[in-house]
Design a protein around this ligand. Structure first.
Ligand SMILES: [Zn+2]
Length: 470
């Protein structure tokens, strides 16, 4: 998450929050969608497998027990009487999307960010947190600031009590004087403290470590080493900005850089001349990039034109307390200036060139958005990011890979999901148009299938309608 301006927040928000009503949850949603044990047959559909092979035309995809049982020519498929038949004619079936950089909201996060410890627990429901992801086809997320609550949210989803994306969680570790409040981040000022923070995260069932900006390089080194021994991936910011020590920071075992802008910010001014060196370092270390291109584009948009936030209807999907901050007390707008706009413009240009160079050189780049940083709306934002990746030089197919197969490969779950193949989780999107032709067609969702549960557009729209009334 991009640092916000805490002090400015606290004063302004106290006044707002007293007027916001509690939000009842909608536990009914989990009950309203079909039973995951209901077998499905999606007939006469074009399957965008996201494996090496070409799309399979006029296929029937059989789903049973939450997994893909078979993909057969429509004329040869054995549809049994217990299967619910879905007409896929004129539609495309692709894997669900992954957002590799999110911060799932929970009540403690709201209380900490808004500096309001007495927001009642009932003010936030997990259904509302997850719905915009699912309704937009994001069926898996990597939470880059995992909290105890995030691990709890994962348990709720896996138990089937709430409908939500598959969650993988990284525990954030920052240096002394952390940017985020403790509770959202762990603190390690020394190599030994860094090692212990990694051991804690492993014991608490995290999947990865998020390294953050204020770590000293010696502590970072210890964290990366400990994570390697405990088989946790390392993703994060590049500490040591303006230190000139990037080759020590981006070291073997640093698995993924969390933003393109980390490279822009590594030098006092974005250094276009250093891009070949960055390509070389990434290749040498086998590191990947989560680009978050749309993050900086949206920040630039909102500080250049604050009214743009009033015309974007998808902001209605944000929690009302957070939306109030984003629209009326936006810390980026409060701190905007002509210099800031010019600097961000340069970062946006740099990011695009960096990602273009990485893609051309074969450095894997995946899709992540940093939702819900102001202006970045959960679920909706993945589609902005896919469009931005294409503008930076990816083909439409590469952009789809960046949000399906590749994230699953990096996360180590590709044998379970990320492509449309027999045996894999039935985490799928049924689309009205061909996403390989234009990645924006991934927005045109006719139905979401999540672990075998069939959620037609109408059901998703009804629930989104309720959410966006709040
Ligand atoms: Zn983030």
């Amino acid at each position: 998450m991009k640092p916000l301006i805490h002090a400015a927040f606290a004063a302004v928000l106290l006044a707002i929050l007293t007027s916001v009503a509690c939000l009842p949850g909608s536990e009914a949603f989990a009950a309203a969608v079909n039973d995951p044990q209901q077998a499905l047959a999606i007939e006469n559909v074009t399957v965008v497998t996201m494996t090496d092979q070409q799309p399979i035309k006029d296929a029937t995809v059989l789903i049973r027990g939450g997994r893909i049982e078979a993909i057969a020519p429509a004329t040869a498929a054995t549809v049994t009487p217990d299967m619910r038949r879905i007409n896929g004619r004129g539609k495309w079936l692709m894997p669900g999307l992954t957002d590799m950089h999110v911060h799932l909201e929970n009540i403690r996060m709201l209380r900490l960010l808004l500096n309001k410890p007495d927001i009642p627990a009932s003010a936030l429901s997990n259904d509302d947190v997850f719905l915009p992801y699912v309704a937009n086809g994001v069926l898996q997320v990597l939470d880059l600031q995992g909290m105890s609550e995030t691990i709890g949210q994962r348990v709720e989803i896996e138990a089937g009590r709430v409908v939500g994306p598959r969650i993988l969680a990284a525990a954030m570790i920052d240096g002394s004087q952390p940017i985020w409040p403790v509770g959202m981040t762990r603190v390690a000022a020394t190599p030994e403290a860094g090692r212990q923070a990694v051991r804690d995260a492993a014991a608490e069932n995290y999947d990865a470590i998020k390294v953050y900006s204020r770590l000293n390089i010696e502590t970072l080194e210890a964290i990366v080493d400990e994570a390697r021994m405990l088989k946790l991936s390392v993703i994060g910011h590049l500490p040591g900005r303006e230190s000139g020590r990037i080759a020590e920071v981006l070291r073997p075992g640093f698995g993924m850089v969390a933003h393109a802008e980390e490279f822009a910010l590594h030098t006092r001014e974005p250094s276009f001349d250093a891009i070949p060196q960055y390509v070389e370092l990434m290749k040498r270390n086998g590191a990947w990039l989560t680009a978050t291109l749309s993050l900086d584009e949206r920040l630039l948009e909102q500080i250049s034109d604050p009214d743009s936030l009033r015309t974007r209807s998808e902001l209605r999907a944000l929690h009302p307390m957070w939306r109030e901050v984003v629209v009326n007390h936006n810390p980026y707008i409060a701190s905007a200036s002509a210099e800031r706009i010019a600097a961000l413009q340069k970062i946006v240009e740099f990011n695009r060139e960096l990602v273009g160079a990485f893609v051309a050189a074969g450095v894997p780049v995946v899709a992540g958005t940093d939702a819900p940083v102001p202006g970045i709306v959960p679920g909706f934002s993945i589609h902005d990011e896919l469009a931005a990746l294409v503008r930076a030089g990816m083909t439409h197919r590469q952009a789809l890979e960046a949000a399906t197969r590749l994230p699953c490969e990096w996360l180590g779950v590709l044998s379970d999901r990320g492509t449309v193949e027999p045996g894999k989780q039935a985490d799928l999107l049924l689309l009205e148009a061909d996403p390989l032709k234009n990645v924006s067609n991934a927005r045109r969702i006719s139905a979401v299938i999540l672990g075998g549960r069939y959620l037609p557009r109408q059901t998703l729209d009804e629930r989104m309608g309720e959410l966006m009334q709040k």
